[in-house]
Design a protein around this ligand. Sequence first.
Ligand SMILES: [Zn+2]
Length: 644
Amino acid sequence: MKLELTGGKLLTHEEYRAMGYKCGLEIHQQLNTEKKLFCHCPVGLVYKEPDAKILRHMRPTLSELGEYDGTALMEFKTRKEVIYQLFRDNTCTYEMDDTPPFPVNQQAIDIAIEIALLFNCSVVDEVHVVRKQYLDGSIPAGFQRTAVIGLDGWIPYKDRKIRIMMLTLEEDACREVSDIGHTITFTTDRLSTPLVEVITCPDIESPHEIQEINWLLAEVLRSSGKVRRGIGTVREDVNVSIKGGTRVEIKGVPKIGLHTALTHNEALRQRNLLEVKDMLNRKGLQKREDFGFRRSDVTDKADWKKFIPTLPDGVFRVMALVSRGIEEAINYPLQQGTDIASEIGGRVRVVACLDRMPNFMHSKAEKGNFVPVETWERLNKELKTEKEDTVILVWGSQKDTETALTEIEDRIAELAKGIPNETRQSLGNGVTDFERILPGPNRMYPDTDSSPTKITAERIQRIKDNLPPNPFTIMAYCDEQKIPRKITEKILKKGLGSLFYSTVKKSPLKPMTVAVFIAEKLPQLRREGHAIENGNYLWVEELLCSLEKDVLPHISALTAAARAYLSGKAATPAEAVRAAYHEDTPEEAIRSEIKLIAAKNEIASIVDRNKKTRAIMKLLKDKFGSFTATDKIAGTIDTLINTK
Ligand SMILES: [Zn+2]
């Protein structure tokens, strides 16, 4: 299935199912604690000059089984220098791996248990800290401390369940500042911030479902009210595979909107890679030896400076690799705008650190081939190639070109095997590029520095007793009350589910009125410039609960009351409501006057609703004088006109 077949469009849900599309999510959500997970440093990011810098080199160590992990070896091959930027205020010797961890932050465990319960997980009896190997330098210790908190959860979706495999509590890694050539720089402010990782089973059946499911998962996290909000506080990895394919992990998906395109493209990439594999296997290419790789130094075979735009300054080498049988494969399209050659370029970029693109060229390139035909012909002659041979050129330092050639040979040999196990990075346009080899299963081992924390039944019960309503409870309630989904979603998206649910249970107002006030009027008041603090909504509850019974009008009068309270014109929300409901003029009197006015010929003939409201208002003022809340009258008029 090449890309022309889809024309860059999504397939149908059934077509993805037929492909065997499977997708799961890993959501990393930072928790709103004061301190870090294993030390007493405060949580928070800083954007200032670092107080100190530390330079480190990473080395792989043998696992307990006496093997090197694939990722570990790959990271070692990159020969990176890692620079850490330190800040006096929020980094201590723990983060830099110079002292063992302090006891694990109990506030973080409580929040993680609460979130696990919201996801219907069973909570573990004991929290055991383990080490997860991390060799890209983003954690100075070379491993991340992580602990399982919940298992076997689920959320409802359509007529099925999306299963939650596991919920873990772990420390965040460093923020990457830059990654150029052999130097990678990290800043340590984010390091060791507590986060939960929610891992779903591969229960997402097509790219059409992914955004909605992702939103639901995020809503459960937010419903706790104890997670950090804002840029960088949530990061997601997406796992995708198809029938006959391999689980590929797309790392750090920045925007929810990208999930659909990314997983669609990854499914196609896997399908196309399987077709390339069949194509090569049919030609008898199965093993590495079948490709007949030959390397030659061709540095002095041409004036390369004339053609290659990305040659390094100073001394360089240009190396040629001859490969048999890939003349069709190398241009085979994979994702939108990428082909097998792009896969090779990605590996060379990451592993050999040749990151000025283009970082290689091949003799079968259809477009953008910047090496002239005569040069290729001369090279072919010199290298004694045959028709089905492809020549690949790489350039750089001696060491880098050697690493690059080995990587290119590896990647070509993998084409005959299928889809390599790897993590890929999102390029921001729905397309991915190689990031690293997927870590092996042996990257976890016990942390001998931390003692286990027993989770008592009483502790779980205490958290259960104070559990906020999860979004599914709220959605079910809103559906029952016939509140439009758009309004429900607005309430949830703004993290106001708890406020809505607790208010609606106490307020005499109709649930719809409470919902519209919270979903539409609160944001409107904020836009008008009123200071409305996130999380401090006690006044809203008081405002919406201070009427004794359900009397008209609502939304506009309530908004006027909120305005009066927020601008200091009323001392309490209840007082503002009393004033807005204009107790001196009985509601019935206003209503019947409106009815009289509306029946007048000159008013009845006005079609435009706003104009009509204004005209009625003017006549009302003549009758009653000035009103404390004209909004209230407008609301009543609107209701009466509408119900006619
Ligand atoms: Zn610290």
